[in-house]
Write a protein that binds this ligand. Sequence first.
Ligand SMILES: [Zn+2]
Length: 109
Amino acid sequence: MKKKIKRYVGFWAEDSKSLLPRASDFIDEELSKKCRKKIINYLRLASHNGFNFTKGFSRCRICKTITPGSHEITDGEYIWPSGYIHYIMKHNVIPPPRFLKKMLRRNLK
Ligand SMILES: [Zn+2]
């Protein structure tokens, strides 16, 4: 059986030396409320698929508050940190286009 490729999203650069993307580059204030709600619902629904629990916590790269959880979540294809939802709810960060498309296709209320 062919193993599905895992795609990492929402792992952000801590400083300017990091090769990871910066969360602030993905803010989209134009994203509709309806669309954002679907994204949040998708992430919440998958939140029981947590793994890689660590003892540490992570601070938001934008507002520096502690983000929820200290583990990773997967939907089987994508992997994101538990704090990813904070960026969507508080800062209007949008997922990469392919992931967004997948979320919106699910058509969660
Ligand atoms: Zn924040």
